[in-house]
Design a binder for this molecule. Structure first.
Ligand SMILES: N[C@@H](CCC(=O)N[C@@H](CS)C(=O)NCC(=O)O)C(=O)O
Length: 320
């Protein structure tokens, strides 16, 4: 892994035209500097083999509040897989680097790989650990019915993004808080950028999620249809949504997705405390939706709360 070295190189690259112009250097000097930059770039590539940067073997790129991150994080914690979490300021990665979170970075010797998309990350985790950890990752086994349910819960997660931004963007400070402006684990330069960039980021979110009163209504009806179904399914007292007593990754996924609006005490397992939105801080319409859902779906809500209380112990904070 040579990311930090590449970051220094890229920063210098962007400064170069300014330096060459400021010092009034000739074309020949500029060409020489370009050759030096190429040499530096090559040296960084070689250094990845000769003197790789020190990183934990598994790094989870995140934004702390994300329910998709919580889906992966909970399943990793459950399996006892060691990783370091690296939180970023909300939406910066998406709109400036084109990546979503969760993203898992894996270092194997001098080779580094990245996996985006929570579903693909869970498939990797199961495949990479089943031979070593056995039973500890049994909850990650991707059976056909789990895969089908996971897709539905991922759609629920996307609907919740529309729902939450519809409400949150009405309150700039609350949105910035959820994005990590008060979270010391987010790099300071990102926290400083969030506020001035807010108008641009908010516009991009409204456009990319097509947030309008109509999409909000439609989204709420999808969310409520799924909650109605889960409420009925869980009313027979089963432990796992798919039946039986053994919990699997789709159970933690559903709880993680609901955790976004229900905010149980252990949401994030200790890693999202600095971005929590207490119900009392929510805007009135947002609180009204949450309270309506709590009242209308008591079985599903009680199940999620119990799962968080009993199966989501707070873990030690580890950051990359
Ligand atoms: N299909 C993706 C969805 C992930 C997603 O939408 N993540 C959001 C956070 S919940 C994100 O990356 N937002 C951009 C950002 O905040 O940088 C997955 O399952 O991981």
């Amino acid at each position: 892994m040579t990311e930090r070295r590449r970051l220094v190189h890229t920063t210098f690259l962007f400064l170069l035209p300014v330096l060459v112009a400021a010092f009034g250097r000739s074309v020949l000097t500029a060409v020489l500097v370009v050759l030096l930059m190429l040499l530096w770039h090559w040296a960084i590539t070689i250094s990845g083999f000769v003197a790789p940067e020190k990183h934990p073997p598994l790094i989870l790129d995140s934004i702390s509040a994300s329910h998709f991150v919580e889906k992966v994080r909970w399943n990793m914690d459950r399996a006892g897989i060691e990783y370091a979490e690296r939180p970023a300021g909300g939406t910066l990665g998406a709109y400036f680097l084109g990546r979503t979170v969760p993203r898992l970075r894996i270092r194997t010797g001098a080779v580094s790989s990245r996996i985006g998309n929570s579903a693909e990350i869970l498939r990797y985790l199961w495949g990479a650990h089943v031979g070593i950890l056995g039973e500890a990752v049994a909850h990650l086994e991707p059976t056909p019915e789990r895969l089908a349910l996971e897709k539905r819960f991922d759609r629920y997660g996307v609907n919740l993004q529309v729902w939450i931004y519809h409400h949150l963007l009405e309150d700039r400070d609350l949105t910035l808080h959820a994005w990590g402006i008060n979270n010391p684990a987010v790099p300071l330069w990102q926290r400083l950028l969030l506020r001035p960039l807010y108008p641009v980021l908010a516009t991009l979110i409204r456009r990319s999620f097509r947030i309008t009163p109509q999409t909000y209504e439609k989204t709420c009806s999808h969310i409520e249809a799924l909650l109605t179904e889960m409420d009925a399914t869980l009313s027979d007292g089963r432990a796992s949504i798919l039946g039986g007593d053994r919990l699997n990754y789709t159970d933690f996924q559903f709880a993680a997705m609901c955790g976004l609006w229900l905010q149980p005490r252990n949401y994030g397992g200790g890693r999202a405390d600095k971005v929590r939105i207490e119900r009392s801080q929510a805007t009135n319409p947002m609180r009204a939706d949450i309270e309506r859902w709590i009242e209308d779906y008591p079985k599903a809500v009680a199940w999620v709360q119990a799962l968080y209380a009993e199966e989501r112990p707070c873990i030690r904070q580890t950051s990359a």
